[in-house]
Design a binder for this molecule. Sequence first.
Ligand SMILES: Nc1ncnc2c1ncn2[C@@H]1O[C@H](COP(=O)(O)OP(=O)(O)OP(=O)(O)O)[C@@H](O)[C@H]1O
Ligand SMILES: [Mg+2]
Length: 231
Amino acid sequence: MLSLENIEVSIGGSQILRGVQFHVPEKSVTCLMGRNGVGKTTTLRTITGLLRQSRGRITLNGRDISAMPPEERARAGIGFVPQGREIFPHLTVEENLHIGCVARGMKIGAGLDRIFTLFPILKEFLPRKGGMLSGGQQQQLAIGRALLTEPKLLILDEPTEGIQPNVIDQIGDTIRLLREEGKMSILLVEQYLDFARELADEFAIMDRGAVVASGPIANLTEEVIQAHLVV
Ligand SMILES: Nc1ncnc2c1ncn2[C@@H]1O[C@H](COP(=O)(O)OP(=O)(O)OP(=O)(O)O)[C@@H](O)[C@H]1O
Ligand SMILES: [Mg+2]
């Protein structure tokens, strides 16, 4: 459903991505992995249109989105939960939830009830400022905000980073549920190996700005892990 072909990206004169190439199959969970600083976030920001590639092509369901601005990619069905969550700390939970849809000119329909079923704490905290929430609750808010836009491809950048184990489990359950519903494809950056193994159908590992291994999660062998993931 999503394909990256030979993507090159430079930031401030230094080349960060050196021909990134991988595929996210329809209705699957694909886990993008790799050590710190290899270019995972840069790859996601390039897919969402926040960064522009100097070479290469990105297609979504066969349609070339390489030249589209971020808003148009969002309307085409790409939802993004950035690393560090990036919720608005001075807006309420309710305002934070609405803002993703407002930005896309969408109405929130029955979507909110579903978000409250997935993350009941958000309903309870609707009038609270986003900044008052714990890290895990902010992560749930960021995922809820992205889901309200009803993406075809949900992209999550390290959703488990810096949050407590019980919330990690809850986020894992949510991803599993979304996968079972079979309405969207999910691209997940994750450093936590067990979490990736439990949830992913496919993996791609990056090293120094390129994908160096990819395939079905069963092919993520100890040898591959030793070569590309162990620090
Ligand atoms: N805005 C920027 N200006 C300069 N260099 C940058 C910028 N953003 C990223 N880089 C560099 O690009 C490289 C890849 O960064 P990126 O954030 O994509 O890595 P990552 O794989 O997501 O790492 P992490 O696991 O720490 O999140 C790093 O060397 C980083 O220092
Ligand atoms: Mg990153």
